[in-house]
Design a protein around this ligand. Structure first.
Ligand code: HAM
Length: 418
């Protein structure tokens, strides 16, 4: 048997997945976000330039498609959608900003699969491109909080926020952090952190090692080393969230895994998820446009929701959500090949009237067809044998009550719609 690729999933029932997507379309649509779609295949260079060459995604997790002999560019399966959305904005010369868009689909990262972590996973990605004011950050975060709390009735989550300062704040802060990490106070940090200290210093805060985390409690914090504008914006972000009744905790070690972030970063987390506790993450990326080749900077903010993790969180709450029930199913049963055409014509009439209909064409006994219809969850079965064919009737059975009657074919739609 050929099995599916490790870290991928088969979805045999999409009703829950589609429910989440429909709710997202409804909610983000109400906030005036338009749905877009970008390719799953992108040039590797797009992510190398934007996510940062020392990030885990770029160094370890990219699915790179072998170069085609005739092509010079390296292609990959997209690991995330923000760089693609920005590319689409720049490449298509979108003129109206803020450009408020969302998209959803598969992302690919070669990570070690575990609960809530896949190699092909699904995100809803939301971006506001061309969004200078910090109030955009507040608006986006509030929209997400309302989505989880009000639309999906989630109550076991927290919002963690942090501020990473601007490009001008970073060099001086990096120096201070480097001095701390090479001082006696930071003796004993793990090997991984020693590498990060040299290559991608802010990421040391992401270390899962408890000893490192204890050491970093005493490390200089970026929010204590920011310019006046950043300080004001950081304060304004917190004040506005409070006024809008969005609860949050400040987590000064929240740095996120991708290099394009500056200023606001945030994650929605839940203890119910285990180790992979973030089900939505995002932040501001003011320099990404230029990094991928635009002439001008375009301050922006966005987030992505991990659909699998959201589904895990909602698993026990499904009953409270108004997930659409499948329509009542009508199963047409021709007793022999001689009734197949009539069965298809009757099914066609029912379908044209908007009734969900299936036809059994395997020529089994009535008993086994009834059993099959039961397994299919049929509401009604419509038996057509020789006599029904001759008399232009069908024998119809209500599969819930078990009652059975014979009615004229011409009256079927009215009968079933009653
Ligand atoms: P990210 O934090 O890498 O951010 O991913 C966002 C969310 O996707 C995570 O919080 C998690 O729920 C889900 N996720 C990530 N990796 C996996 C995986 N291997 N398996 C299952 N779920 C996963 C981004 O992707 C940014 N592009 C978000 C963003 C948009 N920032 C600005 N705009």
């Amino acid at each position: 048997m050929i099995s599916r690729i490790k870290g991928t999933q088969d979805f045999l029932d999409l009703s829950f997945y589609n429910f989440i997507i429909d709710q997202a379309k409804d909610h983000f649509g109400a906030y005036h976000f338009d749905e877009i779609s970008t390719p799953i295949l992108e040039p590797v260079e797009l992510f190398q330039r934007s996510l940062g060459e020392h990030t885990d995604v770029i160094t370890k997790e990219m699915f790179i498609i072998q170069e085609h002999a005739e092509r010079s560019e390296a292609i990959c399966l997209r690991p995330e959608a923000t760089a693609s959305t920005m590319r689409a904005f720049v490449e298509n010369g979108v003129q109206v900003t803020p450009w408020k868009v969302f998209s959803h689909g598969s992302m690919f990262r070669y990570e070690r699969p575990q609960k809530g972590r896949y190699r092909e996973f699904h995100q809803i990605n939301i971006e506001i491109i061309g969004a200078q004011s910090v109030s955009h950050d507040v608006h986006l975060i509030t929209m997400l909080e309302r989505f989880f709390a009000e639309k999906l009735h989630l109550d076991t989550f927290a919002l963690a926020i942090n501020y990473l300062g601007c490009a001008n704040d970073r060099p001086a802060y990096r120096e201070k952090l480097y001095a701390f990490l090479t001082s006696k106070k930071a003796e004993g940090i793990c090997e991984n952190c020693q590498v990060r200290r040299e290559k991608n210093i802010m990421r040391v805060f992401d270390c899962k090692n408890p000893k490192c985390q204890e050491i970093y409690l005493k490390a200089p914090k970026i929010i204590e080393h920011m310019c006046q504008t950043c300080n004001q914006e950081w304060q304004s972000l917190q004040d506005q969230l409070q006024l809008l009744s969005v609860s949050f905790v400040v987590r000064t070690n929240l740095v996120r895994g991708l290099d394009y972030y500056n200023k606001t970063v945030f994650e929605f987390v839940s203890n119910d998820l285990g180790a992979q506790n973030a089900f939505c993450g995002g932040g501001r990326y003011d320099s990404l446009a230029k990094e991928i080749g635009a002439k001008q900077d375009c301050p922006s903010i966005g987030a992505a929701i991990g659909i699998e993790r959201l589904m895990l969180l909602l698993e026990n709450k499904k009953a409270q959500l108004s997930i659409a029930q499948p329509k009542a199913l009508h199963v047409v049963m021709p007793m022999g090949a001689a009734q197949h055409t009539l069965a298809l014509m009757i099914a066609d009439t029912l379908l044209a009237a908007g009734l969900c209909t299936d036809v059994l064409l395997e020529q089994d006994s009535v008993k086994s067809m009834m059993r099959q219809a039961n397994r299919m969850g049929a509401a009604y079965t419509l038996v057509i044998g020789d006599s029904e064919q001759q008399e232009k009737t069908v024998t119809i059975k209500n599969m819930i009550t078990g009652t059975q009657e014979t009615i004229k074919q011409i009256e079927l739609v009215n009968y079933l719609k009653r």
